[in-house]
Design a protein around this ligand. Structure first.
Ligand code: PLP
Length: 395
C-alpha cells in the first residue's frame, strides 16, 4: 500500500545536520575514532542541585499534569528572571508559557501568528528550525543574508530588498547559531525601527543569552522602544544549565498571543514534564553560579579554537562573541563546505557541520562547536592543522 503523506510534509526536508550525524555513526561503528565538534549541546552534566529537585519531585509523587501554562512557581521564576535580567515585565498568570524546549516555543509562536502565504524574514545562515516551522504553517521563510563583512550583525538595509506585502514576521536570534555573533544594541534598535515602520512582529530566540564573552551585552528585543507589544521572546534551560535532554523552555508574549499559543500547547504536548519543571525552578533560582562556571570554561575553549584556527592556512574567522560556535570561512581552500567537512572527517577524524546545513549564505564555511573538552579541542586543532599542512596551502 502506498501511504499518501500530507502535502505539507512534502515541503519539510529531513534535517541537514542529521546527514553528517549518520555518517559519523557509521564511522564509529567501524571503529574509527571521531572528535565531535559538530554537536549543538553542552558537554557538561546538569548541575546536581537541579537534578536533585527533579528527583525530589518524583519521590514526593509530583507526577501528574501541571497547568497548561506550566507550574505557577516556575512561571513566577521566569517572570522574575525577565524583569531582573532583561528589563521585561511579563505576568506569570497569562503572558508566560513553559514549553517542551525552545523548539516547541518557536513552533507555537509561528502556528499562532502565521497564515498560509505569509512571509517570515530569517537572517541566514541560521538554525533552520525557523524555516521548517514557518513551512508547517504554510508560510514562506525568506532567508536574508548575514554578511561576514558586517561580522554577521544584521542591518535594516539587509532586510529591505526582501520585504513584501505578505511579510509578517522577522526572526532574531542573538547570541547567534551558527555564527556566534552577538547583535549589539545599536543594530537591534535599527531593526526595531524597521519592524515598527513595516508593522511586523518579531520572534526573538534568546536561548544562548548567558553564553556571552568579551564583555558583550545581551539585549532583549522586546525591551526596545515599542517592541514589547510586537515581540515573542523565547528562551530555555537547555544551553546554559546543560539540560538539553530535559526538554524545558519558555515563551513570553502579550496576553492575546499567549492565549493563541496555549491552545497549540493544549492539543499537542499539554505541559512540559512535571519533574523537569521542578528542576527548572531550581535552575532559575539557584543555577546562576553553575551557569557562570560553564560559561567561563566555554570562553577558555573559544579562545583556544579561535587562536588556533586563525593560525591555520586557508581559514578566516570573524571573532565569535556568544553561544559555543564559530563559523570559519574556507574560500581560499578550493573546497566547498561539504567537501571540506568530508575532508576533515577523512583526514583528521574531526566532525564539524557544513555551512550549507544552515539555510543559505554560508557557502565555503563550516560550523565548529567548542562544546567539547579543552583536551579534545587541542587534539582536534592539532589534527586539523596537520591535515591542512598536507594540502600544501600556505598562510
Ligand atoms: N534555538 C536555537 C538558536 C538553537 O540553536 C537551539 C538548539 O540547538 C534551540 C533553540 C533549541 O533549544 P531547546 O533545546 O530548548 O529546544
Amino acid at each position: 500500500m502506498t501511504v499518501a503523506i500530507s502535502d505539507r510534509m512534502q515541503h519539510i526536508p529531513f534535517s541537514g545536520i542529521r546527514k553528517i550525524f549518520e555518517e559519523i555513526i557509521l564511522r564509529e561503528k567501524r571503529g574509527e575514532p571521531v572528535i565531535h565538534l559538530e554537536i549543538g549541546r553542552p558537554d557538561f552534566d546538569t548541575p546536581l542541585n537541579i537534578k536533585r529537585e527533579a528527583q525530589r519531585a518524583l519521590e514526593e509523587g509530583l507526577v501528574h499534569y501541571t497547568s497548561n501554562y506550566g507550574l505557577l512557581e516556575l512561571r513566577e521564576a521566569v517572570a522574575h528572571k525577565f524583569l531582573h535580567d532583561n528589563g521585561l515585565k511579563y505576568s506569570p498568570d497569562n503572558e508566560i508559557i513553559i514549553t517542551v524546549g525552545a523548539n516547541e516555543a518557536v513552533f507555537m509562536a509561528m502556528m499562532a501568528l502565521l497564515n498560509p502565504g505569509d512571509q517570515v524574514l530569517v537572517p541566514s545562515p541560521c538554525w533552520t528550525h525557523y524555516y521548517q516551522c514557518a513551512r508547517f504553517c504554510g508560510a514562506t521563510p525568506i532567508p536574508v543574508p548575514l554578511k561576514r563583512e558586517n561580522r554577521f550583525i544584521p542591518r535594516a538595509s539587509d532586510f529591505k530588498p526582501y520585504l513584501g506585502p505578505k511579510t509578517k514576521m522577522l526572526v532574531i536570534n542573538t547570541p547567534h547559531n551558527p555564527t556566534g555573533a552577538v547583535f549589539e544594541r545599536s543594530a537591534l534598535e535599527e531593526l526595531a525601527d524597521f519592524v515598527k515602520a513595516n508593522d511586523l512582529l518579531a520572534l526573538s530566540d534568546e536561548i544562548y543569552e548567558k553564553l556571552i564573552y568579551n564583555g558583550k551585552e545581551h539585549v532583549s528585543f522586546a525591551s526596545l522602544d515599542g517592541m514589547w507589544d510586537r515581540t515573542i521572546t523565547i528562551n530555555g534551560m537547555s544551553k546554559i544549565y546543560a539540560m538539553t535532554g530535559w526538554r524545558l523552555g519558555y515563551v513570553a508574549a502579550p496576553k492575546a498571543i499567549t492565549e493563541a499559543m496555549i491552545k497549540i500547547h493544549q492539543y499537542t504536548t499539554v505541559c512540559a514534564a512535571t519533574f523537569a519543571q521542578y528542576g527548572g525552578i531550581e535552575a532559575l533560582k539557584n543555577g546562576r553560579q553553575a551557569g557562570q562556571e560553564m560559561t567561563r570554561e566555554f570562553d577558555r575553549r573559544r579562545q583556544l579554537v579561535t587562536k588556533r584556527l586563525r593560525a591555520m592556512p586557508g581559514i578566516e574567522l570573524v571573532e565569535p562573541n556568544g553561544a559555543f560556535y564559530v563559523l570559519p570561512y574556507i574560500g581560499g581552500l578550493g573546497m566547498d563546505s561539504n567537501a571540506f567537512t568530508k575532508f576533515l572527517l577523512d583526514r583528521a577524524g574531526v566532525a564539524v557541520v557544513p555551512g550549507d546545513a544552515f539555510g543559505g549564505f554560508a557557502e565555503n564555511t563550516f560550523r565548529l562547536s567548542y562544546a567539547n573538552s579543552f583536551e579534545k579541542l587541542e587534539d582536534a586543532m592539532d589534527r586539523m592543522e596537520q591535515a591542512l599542512q598536507k594540502l600544501g596551502v600556505s598562510k
